[in-house]
Design a protein around this ligand. Structure first.
Ligand code: NI
Length: 165
């Protein structure tokens, strides 16, 4: 759990870097990829995790300027660029609005009482959850998959290693 705002920011930036690597690998052609016919598209999921950042924080008392929800999924390049902007805006807004003591305060979130530290962790978990979906859809769309927590098939191959099963 985060004890200080800077604990959170360190993890936020680390995870955002991994997510940025995934988003930077998207192409416009791949945005329409779905797991099943009625499923959400890769573009919809990528845009959802991006546009959700300011919405989520604003909802919990940290107003963030940024791209709000939109039914129109923009280009792959715009999704990746907006994510970068929203990540930086979120870090600025949290530093401005909350102190280390704020992290211990609680509020109602999703029908439960949660500390602000838990709420911030929830934002990272939300992005990580959808990032996992994106890497599967990228594979289905025939795109190279970047390393996230460990090497992807392509990275193993580049290292000259047969990947473990
Ligand atoms: Ni979601």
């Amino acid at each position: 759990m985060y004890i200080t705002v800077e604990d959170f920011i360190a993890e936020w930036n680390k995870e955002a870097g991994l997510t940025q690597g995934v988003l930077d690998g998207l192409t416009d052609e791949a945005l329409g990829q779905r797991v099943y016919p009625e499923g959400r598209t890769l573009g919809r999921i990528a845009w959802h995790l991006t546009a959700n950042i300011p919405e989520y924080l604003t909802e919990f008392g940290v107003p963030v300027e940024g791209a709000g929800d939109s039914n129109e999924v923009p280009s792959a390049r715009e999704i990746a660029g907006t994510f970068r902007t929203n990540v930086a805006a979120a870090a600025d807004a949290i530093r401005k609005r909350w102190t280390d003591d704020s992290l211990k305060l609680t509020q109602n979130a999703f029908g439960r009482t949660e500390s602000n530290a838990m709420i911030l962790m929830g934002l990272i978990k939300h992005i990580v959850h959808h990032r996992g979906q994106l890497t599967v859809l990228m594979r289905q769309a025939g795109l190279p998959v970047p390393a996230v927590y460990g090497p992807s098939k392509e990275i193993w191959a580049r290292m000259g290693v047969t990947p473990p099963l």
